[in-house]
Design a protein around this ligand. Structure first.
Ligand code: FEO
Length: 135
């Protein structure tokens, strides 16, 4: 399977770049295990994916807060929305609704990529722009 992660996602904030990469690795594992139809393993992996996302979002929110990012509340709401989608993914699989599971899996991939490229890039520009001005 080809990797979803691409160099175009790099924000030049190493800790965050590493976390984004890890998210895609976990997401790819979810897809693989889903294809193999291993429900217990899949449930475990979705939990891992959700926990990792919570951890990632907390890291970002901390960074935004420390740097006084003005769109902090809006960005945080985006994160909360996304966590709900991951929970839906688990539910659809639990209901054996494979069509909806596939749909939500595609949505998650596209949403997260778009979020990195637009919303995360926005706080990166604000944070790095500010630290450049302070030099
Ligand atoms: Fe990297 Fe705002 O998620």
């Amino acid at each position: 399977m080809t990797s979803i992660w691409s160099e175009s996602f790099i924000l030049n904030i190493p800790v965050i770049d590493q976390q984004h990469k890890k998210f895609f690795e976990l997401f790819e594992k979810v897809s693989e295990v889903y294809e193999k139809k291993e429900p217990e393993e899949l449930d475990k992996l979705i939990t891992e994916l959700e926990d990792y996302l919570q951890y990632h979002f907390q890291s970002e929110e901390q960074l935004m807060k420390e740097n006084g990012y003005e769109k902090y509340e809006y960005h945080k709401k985006q994160h909360e929305f996304f966590i709900k989608r991951i929970e839906e993914m688990r539910q659809e699989y639990g209901y054996m609704n494979h069509m909806l599971f596939d749909k939500i899996k595609t949505f998650i991939k596209k949403w997260f990529i778009s979020h990195i490229l637009h919303k995360d890039v926005d706080y990166r520009d604000a944070i790095l722009g500010r630290s450049n001005q302070e030099r």
